[in-house]
Design a protein around this ligand. Structure first.
Ligand code: NAD
Ligand code: 2HG
Length: 521
C-alpha cells in the first residue's frame, strides 16, 4: 500500500455478501417486531424506534445505550438492515470481480472476519456469527508477535485484559475496523493510536462491577477470619482451631480508593455488613448511604482497617501503593487489590506482610500475568512472586474479579452488540476512543438512501468539503462530533443511484482529512 493510501482505509461488508452492489436491490426489510433481545438493532439508535425514542438521535453519556426501551416495537414498521459498500480498492484478494446488474463490474463482498481471543463468552461468538460474520474463537491471549502474524486476516478483534494491542500492532493492520474489549479496563489498548487510524474501541463499562464488589466482600471476611490459611492447614491434615487475630467485620472501617462503578457498589454492600465506609477519589463524588469522602489518600490509609483499590491503570495510578503508602496504613490492617497489577509495588507489599505490619492481603491482578491457564505463576513474572507464594493470610487469585457466568454473559452480549452496531450501522455510542455519534434508522421505505461514516482529522473546513461533494443529493440527516484529534461524521443521503456510489466513496476518501471512509446501504 502506498503512503498516501495508508491513511485511506477501506470499507468492508458487514453481513451476508450480496453478489453485486445494487441500490436498493439489497434492501432487506426486517419487521421491527422480530427484534429479539440479542438483535443487533434492538438496542441501537439506528432502528426505526430511534426516530421517536428520546435518545436515539443524539449521543448520550457512556452507558446510556444500555437503557432498554419499554415501548412495543411492533407498531413502528420496518428497519432497513444496512450492509457495507465494498470499494474497488478493498484488498480482498480471494474475492473475484463479478459482473454488475447493468454490465460494469462490481466486486463480491466478503464477510467480516472477527478474531475472539482469551476465551470470550461463546454467546458473543454465536451472536456475531448470527450477524453474518466469520468468527474464530481462541482460548488464550496472543502475544504481539502472534498478533502481527495473524491479525491481518481480520477486520475486528475481541480481547479481554491480557492481549496488548500496541501501536506496532495497530500500524501493521490497516484493515482493522474495530476492537472490542470484553471487560472494563481498556489500558491494554493504545487507544490514541487506534483512534488516529480510524479504529473504534468499545468495552463493557459496568457489566462485571457487581462480581468484583462481591469478590471483595468475600475477601474482607476471608482475610479477617484467616479462612484460606485454616482451609490450607486442614487440607494438609492439621486441625488448628484458633480465634487469635480473627475478627468480625462489623464496625470496622473500609477505605475505598476509586469510588466509581465498583467502588460505589462495594460501598453499599459493605455498609449492609455493618462496616463504616470512607473513600478517596480524585473527583468529588456523591456518597452512597453514610459513606464519607476523604481529601487525601494518606488520610484514607491512616484510618482504614481494610483498604481496597478500584482505580483504572493510568499514569497517575501506576505505583500509587508503594513502601511509603503501606507504612501509612494502620498496623494490623488488610490490603486488597482487584484493580490493576501495576498500581501496586508488590515487593513493598511483601515487605509489609513479612514484617507483620499488615495482617493480610488479597491480590487478584499482577503487573505481568500468564497468557493462558496452566503452570506459569512463578518468578518469570517478577521476583516478588515466589515471596508472595510463601506468605500467610495472603489470598492470591488469577484475575477472576469479573469472572462469573453472569458477568461474562452480560459482557459478551453488550460488546458483541456494540461491534455489530458499529460495523453495520456506524453507531459509536459507548466507544471509549471515538466521539459518540448515532443517527436514527434508514428504513425500508428509504430507497436509494446510503449512509456515510467518515472518520477524519479534526481540522477546519472538512464538513464544507464533504457537504460540497454530497451537494447533488439530499442530506436527510447528519451528525458530527469530535474527540481530540479525530472527528466522526455520520450522514444519510437520499436519491443515490448505485452507479453514483463508487464516485461518492472515492471523492470523500480522497479528501485531505480522511482517516476512514465507509458507505453503508
Ligand atoms: N479484577 C478484575 O477482574 C477487574 C474487573 C473489573 C474492573 N477491574 C479494574 O477496576 C478498575 C475500576 O473499575 P470501575 O468500573 O470502578 O472504574 P470507574 O471508571 O467506574 O471508576 C474508577 C474511579 O477511580 C477514580 N480515580 C482515577 N484516578 C484516581 C486516583 N489517582 N486516585 C483515586 N481515584 C482515582 C476515578 O475518578 C473513578 O471514580 C478498572 O479500570 C479495571 O482496571 C478489574
Ligand atoms: O476478564 C478479564 O480479563 C478482565 C476483567 C477485568 O479486569 C476488567 O477490566 O473488566
Amino acid at each position: 500500500m502506498s503512503a498516501s493510501n495508508a491513511n485511506r482505509r477501506p470499507s468492508v461488508s458487514a453481513s451476508d455478501p450480496p453478489t453485486f452492489i445494487p441500490i436498493p436491490a439489497n434492501t432487506r426489510g426486517i419487521p421491527a417486531s422480530s427484534f429479539g433481545p440479542l438483535s443487533p438493532v434492538a438496542t441501537t439508535g439506528t432502528s426505526p424506534l430511534a426516530s421517536y425514542a428520546s435518545y436515539g438521535t443524539s449521543p448520550q453519556g457512556p452507558g446510556s445505550h444500555n437503557r432498554q426501551r419499554s415501548t412495543s416495537s411492533a407498531a413502528f414498521g420496518i428497519a432497513r438492515q444496512l450492509t457495507a459498500f465494498l470499494p474497488a480498492d478493498y484488498p480482498l484478494d480471494e474475492e473475484p470481480e463479478h459482473e454488475g446488474p447493468n454490465g460494469g463490474s462490481a466486486k463480491k463482498q466478503g464477510k467480516v472476519k472477527v478474531l475472539l481471543l482469551e476465551n470470550i463468552n461463546l454467546d458473543a461468538a454465536n451472536f456475531l456469527k448470527n450477524a453474518g460474520y466469520e468468527v474464530d474463537h481462541v482460548s488464550k491471549a496472543y502475544s504481539e508477535e502472534e498478533l502481527l502474524q495473524k491479525l491481518p486476516n481480520y477486520q475486528a478483534i475481541g480481547i479481554r485484559s491480557k492481549t496488548k494491542i500496541t501501536k506496532k500492532v495497530i500500524d501493521a493492520n490497516p484493515q482493522l475496523l474495530v476492537i472490542g474489549c470484553f471487560c472494563i479496563g481498556t489500558n491494554q489498548v493504545d487507544l490514541d493510536s487506534a483512534a488516529k487510524k480510524g479504529i473504534a474501541v468499545f468495552n463493557s463499562p459496568f457489566s462485571n462491577s457487581r462480581s468484583v464488589a462481591e469478590l471483595v466482600i468475600s475477601e474482607i471476611i476471608a482475610l479477617s477470619r484467616q479462612l484460606t490459611d485454616r482451609s490450607g492447614e486442614l487440607k494438609q491434615g492439621i486441625w488448628n482451631k484458633v480465634s487469635k487475630g480473627c475478627w468480625e467485620i462489623r464496625g470496622k472501617t473500609l477505605g475505598i480508593v476509586g469510588y466509581g462503578h465498583i467502588g460505589a457498589q462495594l460501598s453499599v454492600l459493605a455498609e449492609a455488613f455493618g462496616m463504616s465506609v470512607i473513600y478517596y477519589d480524585v473527583i468529588p463524588i456523591m456518597p452512597l448511604g453514610t459513606a464519607r469522602q476523604v481529601d487525601t489518600l494518606e488520610d484514607l490509609l491512616s484510618k482504614s482497617d481494610f483498604v481496597t483499590l478500584h482505580v483504572p491503570e493510568i499514569p497517575d495510578t501506576i505505583g500509587m501503593m508503594g513502601a511509603l503508602e503501606f507504612s501509612q496504613m494502620k498496623n494490623g490492617a488488610y490490603f486488597i487489590n482487584n484493580a490493576r497489577g501495576k498500581v501496586v509495588d508488590l515487593d513493598a507489599l511483601a515487605d509489609a506482610l513479612e514484617s507483620k505490619h499488615l495482617a493480610g492481603a488479597a491480590i487478584d491482578v499482577f503487573p505481568r500475568e500468564p497468557g493462558s491457564n496452566g503452570p506459569g505463576f512463578d518468578g518469570s513474572l517478577g521476583s516478588f512472586i515466589p515471596r508472595l507464594r510463601q506468605l500467610n493470610n495472603l489470598i492470591l487469585t488469577p484475575h477472576i474479579g469479573g469472572s462469573t457466568e453472569e458477568a461474562q454473559r452480560a459482557i459478551g452480549s453488550e460488546v458483541a452488540t456494540a461491534l455489530v452496531r458499529y460495523l453495520n450501522y456506524g453507531t459509536t455510542l459507548g466507544s471509549v476512543n471515538f466521539p459518540e455519534v448515532d443517527l436514527r434508522a434508514i428504513t425500508a421505505q428509504d430507497e436509494r438512501h446510503i449512509r456515510l461514516c467518515f472518520v477524519h482529522r479534526n481540522e477546519p473546513g472538512v464538513l464544507k468539503v464533504v457537504n460540497n461533494i454530497l451537494s447533488d443529493h439530499n442530506i436527510e440527516k447528519q451528525f458530527s462530533d469530535s474527540k481530540g484529534d479525530i472527528a466522526y461524521l455520520m450522514a444519510d443521503i437520499s436519491g443515490v443511484g448505485h452507479e453514483e456510489v463508487a464516485d461518492i466513496y472515492t471523492q470523500i476518501k480522497r479528501t485531505q482529512a480522511n482517516i476512514l471512509t465507509r458507505l453503508l446501504y
